[in-house]
Design a protein around this ligand. Sequence first.
Ligand code: 5AD
Ligand code: SF4
Length: 450
Amino acid sequence: MTKKAYIKTYGCQMNVYDSQRMSDVLASMGYSPSPGPEEADLVILNTCHIREKAAEKVYSEIGSLRRLKKTRAGAGLDTIVAIAGCVAQAEGEEMLRRAPAVDLVIGPQIYHRLPELVTRFVRDREPIVATEFPLEDKFDRLAQPAPHVTRARGVTAFLTVQEGCDKFCTFCVVPYTRGAEVSRPVAQIEAEARSLAEAGVREITLLGQNVNAYHGRGPDGEIWSLARLLARLAGLGGIERLRFTTSHPRDMSEDLIAAFRHNAKLMPYLHLPVQSGSDRILKAMNRRHRVRDYLRLIERIRSSRSDIAVSGDFIVGFPGETEEDFAATLELVRKVEYASAFSFKYSPRPGTPAAEMAFQIDDAIAAERLQVLQDLLHRQRHAFNAACLGRRMDILVEKPGRHDGQLIGRSPYLQAIHIDGRGHRIGDMVTVTIDGVGANSLSGHIRMAA
Ligand code: 5AD
Ligand code: SF4
C-alpha cells in the first residue's frame, strides 16, 4: 500500500509554493497526497511566524494532531508529525520541548533533505531538528513535479525566484527565519517556467520576500535584474501573464518601472508595502524610505502605466505611534488611492528590535486604528472596482463558479470576475465587459463579436 502525506499550509504565497515542492519531493519517495490528516502517514504543518496569532495557531493544531496520532496508533497505524516553515526555523529545539508529539522540525532552507530526514526518523525513531542554512542550493535539488501534477494545480502558478531578506525592518522575523537574500539563476527559473507552460500554466507569479531586489546570474554570466528576467519569461510560448510579489520601495528600479509600460505580459498590478505614512515611524521601522520617496515613486510608476492597481501592507500600533503618526498614515492612503491592501495590528516578535522598544501601544487603541484604516482601504477598493463598470478587459479563466455554466477568472488587476462562460474553458483568455460590482468580486459578460 502506498503511504500518504498531508500538508497544511499557513501564511504567505511562498509557503504555498514550498508546500507544493515538498509534495513533489514526497511523491518521488512514494507518498501520495492525502485529502485530510486522518488517513495520513505523514502530516506536515508548513507554518508562519510573521505575527503571534499565526504562530499560536500551530500549537493548537499540534494538539489535535497529538490526539489523532493516538487514535491512529490504537488502530495500529503510525503517524509522523513534521513541522516545517518559519515557526520551525524560529523555534527549533524549543518545539520538541513544548510539543512532544512533534517528530521532525524542518526549516525552509532544507526541504530538499526531506526524504533523508523522514527515512532517518523511520529508522531511528528519534526526533530530528534540521534548521541550518545549508551551502548547497535547495532549488537545485528539489524534484520537479510531473506534468500531470502541475496540470491538476491549475492555470496559474507561483514560482520562487528570490528568497530571504537583508532589509531588517525592526518588526519583522523574515530576515531571521528565511535568511539572507538569495536569487536563483535565470536558467533554473526559465526551465521551471517552461515546464509550467508545457503543463498548461498561463500565468506565473514570481515570488520573493524582496522580489524586486532580484539579482540572479544570467546565462551570459552577467547579473540580471527582475525586469530583465521578466522580459526573458515573456518570450516563453504559452505564458500569457506575469506578475511578481512582494516588492520593497527601495528596490523599485527604473527598468522595472519601465517594464510596466514595455512588457506586454506584465500585468498592471503592484504590491508595494509602505507600512506607515509617518516618517518618524518609518525611521523606527528601519524602512529606509520616507513618505515623500514613496509618493514620488508611486507617481513615477503611474506615469509608466497609468491604470496600474497599487496594493500595499500597513502596520498600525507600532511602538511609539501617536495619533498624529496614524493620521499621517491615513493621509498617505488618501493620496495613493489603493486598489487593494492588507493591514495588520503590530505584533511583537521575539528577537526583533521593535519588540524591545519602549511605548508599546495599547491593544484597544491599535484595534481602533486598524478599524479606521480598514474602513478607508475598503472604500478605496470599492471605488477602484466601481470605476471598472462598463470597461472591457481580458480575463484569464481559472475555475468553475458555483452556478451552472459560471466561470471565474481574474482581471489584469487581480480582481475575481464571474462570467457566464458557456462555450469557454479553464485556461481561456476572454474579453468581457464589466457589468456588476460586488463586495469581493465583479461580474462581466463576454463581448459579442462585432
Ligand atoms: N506585526 C504586524 N504585521 C507584521 N508584518 C510583518 N511583521 C509584522 C509584525 N511583527 C506585516 C507587514 C508585512 C506583511 C507581510 O506582514 O505589513 O509587509
Ligand atoms: Fe520583513 Fe522588511 Fe524584509 Fe519585508 S523588507 S521581509 S517587512 S524585513
